[in-house]
Design a protein around this ligand. Structure first.
Ligand code: DP6
Length: 328
């Protein structure tokens, strides 16, 4: 890198977030504008570190993930974020992103969220922009909808907004990680690339015979989840999490071209958590993939850990945290 480019370089770290009331369905596909509000928590240990460099010498925009050059046609969403910054700066510089994941990408572990959030933060800082959290959330949303929430640590709510340009569709933190320090187990059952992307599957779901029913339930889900978290009411959180996740997967399985993200062990883990949740403060959720994310209070933690170990599945034990910041 020549010295002139060094001043246009910045490295950021962003974390995955896991939704309890999920984002599924868009009111604008180009701008990643959701139909409904969603509620999620940031996860420590699942993170992406990205270095952005704006360059007059590079001949094209580029993204490298763990050293692998991603083909140009697959970085269109990253380029949407780059274009927003180019327009703001009046630049024609190209942007090169070097990204490293601390977990397997495209495996339903929300790497698109941490990836787009880290890229948004790195490329805006590298361009010398000092964006507000709301502006950063909007920028990250262009890279991947769920990335709007990864800007913040703790519990976030992404408001769907009503503006056609998406200017009021960004996430805000409503509870810090300390508000309710729950334990998180990320049960990783597959690191293979998903058979159908979230983006594609969301579109398919609008053709399900259950779509309208899903929408009626999803409309209220964020309020219910936020109240459970604000009140630290574990029973209400478990009920909200289980209902939302099962409804999502029932919808996904009912598409004209059905998709089943579950692996056999997904069912084994979910059944065990459901059973335990009738007696102790534990619950789980599943994104568009086979992996299960488990939440529990301290009192249940040793027992839950033993039960997950007894199934014999790989897992990461971590905590609620996350957020996006300059790399140390
Ligand atoms: C199941 O954010 O990956 O994880 O906006 O098309 O990039 P795009 O979709 P994406 O969808 C995430 C879906 C989910 C639920 C959630 O995180 O809320």
């Amino acid at each position: 890198m020549n010295p002139a480019e060094q001043q246009y370089t910045h490295t950021a770290v962003a974390h995955a977030n896991i939704a309890i009331a999920k984002y599924w369905g868009k009111r604008d596909e180009q701008l990643n504008l959701p139909l409904f509000d969603s509620v999620a928590f940031g996860v420590n240990d699942l993170c992406t570190q990205t270095t952005a460099t704006w360059s007059d010498e590079a001949t094209e925009d580029a993204l490298y993930i763990d050293g692998w050059h991603v083909p140009l046609q697959r970085i269109e969403r990253m380029q949407r974020m780059m274009d927003i910054i180019r327009t703001q700066k009046g630049w024609s510089k190209k942007c090169v992103l070097q990204s490293h994941n601390a977990f397997a990408h495209s495996s339903g572990l929300a790497s698109s969220a941490s990836g787009a959030a880290a890229a948004a933060y790195a490329m805006s800082c590298a361009a010398g922009l000092d964006l507000s959290p709301a502006e950063l959330s909007v920028l990250a949303r262009h890279g991947s909808g769920s990335a709007a929430r990864s800007i913040h640590a703790g519990w976030t709510r992404w408001r769907a907004g009503s503006q056609a340009d998406g200017s009021d569709s960004y996430a805000v933190q409503f509870a810090s990680p300390d508000h309710w320090p729950l334990n998180v187990f990320v049960v990783q059952l597959s690191s293979a690339r998903k058979p159908v992307s979230s983006t594609e599957c969301m579109k398919q779901c609008e053709l399900s015979p259950f779509w309208q029913t899903y929408c009626a339930e999803a409309f209220a889900a964020a309020d219910i989840a936020q109240k459970a978290v604000t009140d630290r009411n574990f029973g209400a959180l478990a009920a909200a999490a289980h209902h939302n996740a099962m409804m999502l997967h029932a919808l996904i399985m009912s598409c004209p071209q059905p998709v089943c993200y579950f692996e056999p062990q997904t069912i084994a883990v979910v059944q065990k958590i459901f059973k335990m949740s009738t007696a102790i403060p534990v619950c789980c959720t599943i994104d568009a993939g086979p992996n299960v994310v488990v939440l529990c209070e301290d009192i249940a933690c040793p027992f839950v850990k033993n039960e997950i170990m007894a199934i014999g599945v790989p897992f990461i034990q971590t905590t609620i945290g996350g957020g996006t910041k300059t790399a140390a």
